[in-house]
Ligand binder design. Structure first.
Ligand SMILES: [Zn+2]
Length: 145
């Protein structure tokens, strides 16, 4: 290996070189700005991952907090190859496409209870979908009368 002289991180990353020009380690992409830590919830798009994390927003009127979710599209280089359920660190870069301004720089391992979280969310969705149906049926009944 030619890059054995380079230090720590670079050595590890250089060993799995990828041909991606938008890779922050093997390509020419430079990083700047803000960084976040989130969980990958989808990798269906080509070399792209949807990263999500939640934060607490204070509501001064009620002296309570509500949970808000942030969802961001991030570039997923081949050498990192993050999968659904992975905790990742993302950093800001130049716009790579219409919706991608971030790139994954590090995998931080699997998120615990990720499956349970998704299942709970899907159950909540089903409940929400059922409620409007009932309302619609009531309206129809009224209209018929
Ligand atoms: Zn790479």
């Amino acid at each position: 290996m030619a890059n054995t002289k380079s230090s720590g991180k670079k050595e590890v990353l250089a060993s799995k070189s990828c041909g991606d020009k938008n890779c922050p380690f093997h390509g020419s992409l430079s990083l700047r700005g803000i960084s976040f830590i989130g969980t990958v919830i989808s990798t269906n798009m080509h070399k792209t991952a949807t990263v999500e994390w939640s934060r607490w927003l204070s509501i001064p009127k009620y002296e309570r907090y509500e949970k808000r979710r942030t969802k961001i599209h991030a570039h997923n280089p081949t050498c990192i190859n993050a999968e659904v359920g992975d905790m990742v660190e993302i950093k800001e870069c130049r716009p790579l496409s219409k919706t991608k301004n971030f790139v994954i720089v590090k995998k931080l391992g699997k998120e615990k209870l990720f499956k349970e979280k998704l299942e709970a969310r899907e159950e909540a969705k089903v409940k929400k979908e059922k409620e409007p149906e009932k309302k619609e049926s009531k309206k129809e009944e009224k209209g018929e009368q």
